[in-house]
Design a protein around this ligand. Structure first.
Ligand code: AMP
Length: 277
């Protein structure tokens, strides 16, 4: 497994792959790798084939953080991540120290699917995400890039940016990997203490409640009831619960087939999840 830390070296490498006609699958991550990332890596291998190249990028992208404390607290276990990638059969880890010039003055703004939910709660977040994904695609030139359904709105944004800007990479979105109790795997889960980890099951429980309510047609005051049930947990504070149209991310009434997304602070840690009702 090769480690590349320099963006220019990454681009030289991907130009060689292009000349050789190699199939390249890219899995963009911010590190602190877990079973969710592993499933994306396996998907990338499937797409690239045994002879193709699987690249995992590991970069805590500062431009997508709207909260300096959150950026500082984000876990960065690079040595363990390299080991993880080696065990998963990754060919190249691209772990740049920085991806931005000090006076960088160009960014990508998507203006439809990125407005609500995460876009509203975290101003500037999706601008950072869109910009870094395009930069990574320019550096790695993948035939396919793999993202997780766990960040549904992010995946919708990336599909839109890829379409609107004619990115050559195929965008693939893979299902959410969960712990046995339903909590979606997340790099932020390592920030939870034992009690918070227990409380974090509130997100999946709320999805279960919403599904049951939709099944029973018991929809009156559903959002309020979900918020109450989540906030019964000691340190849980709901940022939003939303039912939305899965393509345009616009709010809709809860019903079968609609998606629900939620963001909840458990103590200081903000967790998100989503699922089809
Ligand atoms: P992150 O390192 O959190 O930026 O995530 C990198 C990629 O992994 C994103 O495309 C995420 O959507 C995806 N991802 C994160 N958690 C999961 C999960 N539990 N299951 C599947 N994919 C995930």
């Amino acid at each position: 497994m090769k480690i590349i830390r320099n963006p220019a070296a990454m681009q030289r490498q991907s130009q060689r792959w292009q000349r050789e006609g190699a199939r390249v699958g890219l899995v963009p991550t911010m590190g602190a790798l877990h079973a969710g990332h592993a499933s994306l890596i396996r998907r990338a291998r499937k797409v690239a084939g045994a002879k193709g190249i699987v690249v995992v990028s590991i970069y805590v992208n500062p431009t997508q953080f709207n909260d300096a404390k959150d950026l500082r607290a984000y876990p960065r276990p690079l040595a363990a991540d390299k080991k993880f990638c080696r065990a998963e059969g990754v060919d190249v880890v691209f772990a740049p120290k920085s991806l931005y010039e000090n006076d960088a003055s160009t960014a990508i703004d998507e203006t439809a699917v990125s407005l609500g939910m995460e876009g509203e709660s975290r101003p500037g977040h999706f601008r950072g995400v869109a910009t870094v994904v395009v930069k990574l695609c320019n550096l790695v030139q993948p035939s396919a890039a793999i993202f997780g359904e766990k960040d549904w709105q992010q995946a919708a944004l990336i599909r839109r940016v890829a379409r609107d800007l004619n990115l050559p990479a195929r965008i693939i979105v893979a299902p959410t990997v969960r712990a046995a109790d339903g909590l979606a795997c997340s790099s932020r889960n390592v920030l939870l203490n034992e009690s918070e980890r227990q409380q974090a099951t509130a997100l999946w429980q709320a999805i279960g409640l919403a599904r049951a309510a939709v099944r029973n047609g018991n929809l009156r005051g559903l959002k309020r009831r979900l918020i109450l049930s989540i906030e019964q947990h000691l340190t849980a504070k709901v940022d939003y619960v939303e039912f939305f149209d899965k393509k345009m991310m616009r709010p809709v009434k809860p019903m079968k087939g609609v998606r629900m997304a939620l963001a909840v602070f458990i103590g200081k840690t903000r967790l998100i999840d989503n699922a089809r009702l």
